[in-house]
Each structure stands twice: as C-alpha cells, then as structure tokens.
Design a binder for this molecule. Structure first.
Ligand code: FES
Ligand SMILES: [Fe+2]
Length: 390
C-alpha cells in the first residue's frame, strides 16, 4: 500500500492529532501497519479446551477461526474464508466440530484447515491439488501461559520477546490460582460509535476515575463508608511503560472495582482490568466492539467465583456504573467533541506528568497514576509501527 499519510503530522511527544481518531485513511493504515503487522491476542486456551473446539474472532478486520486440532501444532488460526469463492466457512461464535463445510457449494475442511472434499470432484482437472487448497493459516501462532496470540506478519520477534516485561504480570494473573485460570464464564460485549484507541487509552487512565465515575464512588462511600482520597491515591500509585506499547497501572489497594492489583495493557488489543480480560476489536474508524471475559479461578469454589462475577458486574456489567460512564463520557462525548475540528488547534494532550517521569529499578519509565505514561507508551509503539514500511 502506498502510504499517503505522513504520520509525523499527527503526533508529537506530548500530543496526538484529532484526526487519528476520525480519519478513515489513518484507520486503514492502522489495520495494515498494526493489526496485520504485530502479535494480536485471539483466544485463551480455556475457550478451546477440547480437541475440535473452535472460536471465531478477528485480527483487526480479518475474520479468523481459532481451533484446537488433534495433532501438532495444537492450535490453528486460519482465515475464515473458503478457498473456492471466498465465503466464510464458519458463522458460529464458538463450538466443537471435526470439519467446516462451506454452505455455498459444500467444500469441506478439517478443523486443521485441510480440504477434505468438494461435491462432484470430477469437474476439476487432474492437476487440481486438494492439498494446496486448504484454509489459509495465519503464519505465526504462539501461546503464553494460555493466552494465544497470532501474527499475520511472519517476521515478528517471538511472542515472549514482544510481551517482554508484561510477562511478569500475565504470570501473576495465571498464578492467582494453583490450578490456573479459565475464561469459562463466557463474555459480555458492548460496542460504541468511536475509535478503538479510545478504549485502549481509557483502560489505563486513572486521572478520569473520580470525575467520570463520581456517582459510583459516592454510592461506594454510602454503602461501605469507604471514601477514597484520590489525590493521595494518585501520589501512591504508579503507571509504568513496559515497552512495546504495553503499560501497567499499579493500584493502591482495592477501590471496589475488581480483584487484580493492577490494570495491564498488552498492545494493541488486550487488557487485564478489575478481574476480567478485555479484548478490543476495531470495526471502522468510528465503530469499536469490546468483549469482556471475567477471569474464573479453576481451583476456587463456585461461591468464590460467583462472588468475583458479582463484583465484576457491579462496575463493568451491562447494568452497572463503570462501563456505561466510560461509554458516554470517554467515548461518545469525545467522538462528539472531535467533530469540532474547523480550526488549527486539533490536538489532544497526553503530556501530563512528562516532567516528573522517573526510571525505575528495571529501567522502565514510571510516574504517578494521574499521569499519561500509558498513553505515551501506546503512541510510541503506534508511531513506530505506523512509520514502518511493510
Ligand atoms: S464458496 Fe465455499 S464452496 Fe464455494
Ligand atoms: Fe472508567
């Protein structure tokens, strides 16, 4: 693709241009340079726990099927596109199947992608090779502690290298229970009319908590007597740039919204928040879908896991406070405000705390939790990938 966009016009060290949330050309470049070009989270192994299990999802705008096959390699990530005339071969969100049969003309593929047959095969010449006509695989698939990622670009470093410092925090999530974790409670989903990066930024943005979620904290105080001193909280808490676009927010104790002591962003589409895994799907420049998967502890009692679910629902559930607040204030109002661009000053500021960043013992950039370290980490990797020619 010829890059018509000069990315340097849209980002500085401390600000990003409004157009990066509204310009379809920039969005298309993101699909090519980011989502087709780096590791993207696709599934947790517990979602495809048994041989033959599958899940359909997207890598950016690319529809894929994740399957657990009978042989090595265990996991396959394949484009959900029939090799005959391009129809998607699987429409279910998840299930178990030995094969996928395309509903258009009946070509049939094993769950490892091999084409096993098509109706009336004598219509094809002798040099038509079934073995060359299987579902196409996403070339790189790797799993870290049960989290499966795929990369459409074959030439990326290993997943472990990509995760880097973030591995330690994924380990924490998985080791919360000696029997491991599962995304076995299903997911709940929402969609909003705004850009995908608004959700990623909002995942680590404690600066907004006492404003956007004011009513939640008022009710928390009324019900439990717990009053949060946000100034003190921000002074005690840290955000870290973990490198490669990933970032971490270390919470200072339980503020009533989940079980994990941190929020974690794995660039570009995965988050760990409260006690759920958050997956962000860009649909178009101003449409985003988000799936939340509560994390269940495999060795915990039903009551313990139910309690985790209730707490999760209390802030993030469909009838709760947190998600509804963020969707209205963090996404809808930002989208509305960004329409006011008929002037030169179309910049959004991510410079907060840049003057008080320090380097921690691991050599990572860190600052307090009201600072925009996570946004700067995100846009550093965004800038790197958006200016790399493929
Ligand atoms: S498009 Fe799938 S069999 Fe024809
Ligand atoms: Fe929020």
């Amino acid at each position: 693709m010829i890059n018509q966009v000069n990315i340097e016009d849209y980002i500085t060290g401390g600000a990003v241009h409004g157009k990066i949330y509204t310009d379809p050309e920039i969005f298309n470049l993101e699909l090519d340079n980011i989502f087709k070009n780096t590791w993207v989270y696709v599934a947790h192994e517990s979602e495809v726990a048994n041989k033959g299990d599958y899940k359909t999802t997207y890598i950016g705008d690319q529809p894929v099927i994740v399957t657990r096959g009978a042989d090595e390699p265990e996991f396959h990530v394949m484009f959900n596109r029939c090799r005959h005339k391009g129809a998607s071969v699987c429409q279910q969100e998840k299930g178990n199947a030995n094969f996928f049969r395309c509903a258009y003309h009946g070509w049939t593929y094993q769950n490892n992608g091999k084409l096993t047959g098509m109706p009336f095969p004598d219509g094809y010449a002798d040099d038509f090779k079934k073995e060359d006509m299987g579902l196409l695989h996403v070339p790189r698939v790797e799993s870290y502690r049960g989290f499966i990622f795929a990369s459409i670009n074959e030439n990326v470093p290993s997943l472990e290298e990509h995760l880097g410092y973030a591995k330690k925090y994924i380990d924490y999530v998985v080791d919360e229970d000696s029997e491991g974790i599962g995304l076995t409670a299903g997911s709940h989903k929402y969609a909003y009319d705004g850009n995908w990066k608004l959700q990623i930024e909002n995942t680590i943005d404690p600066y907004h908590l006492n404003f956007t979620h004011h009513s939640f904290f008022k009710i928390l105080e009324k019900n439990t007597g717990k009053k949060i001193n946000f100034k003190k909280m921000h002074n005690n808490e840290r955000i870290k740039d973990l490198g490669n676009g990933h970032s971490l927010y270390e919470l200072d104790g339980d503020i009533g919204i989940g079980a994990l002591p941190f929020n974690l962003i794995i660039f570009p589409n995965l988050g760990f928040v409260g006690s759920h895994v958050r997956v962000t799907h860009p649909v178009s420049v101003d449409k985003t879908k988000v799936d939340l998967y509560p994390i269940m502890l495999q060795g915990a009692s039903e009551e313990e896991n139910a309690e985790r679910l209730r707490k999760h629902e209390g802030f993030y559930g469909p009838a709760a406070f947190g998600t509804a607040d963020d969707m209205e204030v963090g996404f809808d109002r930002v989208r509305e405000g960004l329409q006011a661009d008929a002037h030169e000053e179309d910049w959004l500021h991510i410079s907060r705390g840049q003057n008080r960043e320090t380097i921690d013992e691991d050599g990572l950039i860190t600052a307090t939790s009201s600072d925009e370290v996570a946004a700067r980490a995100l846009y550093k990797e965004w800038h790197r990938l958006m200016t790399t020619s493929n």
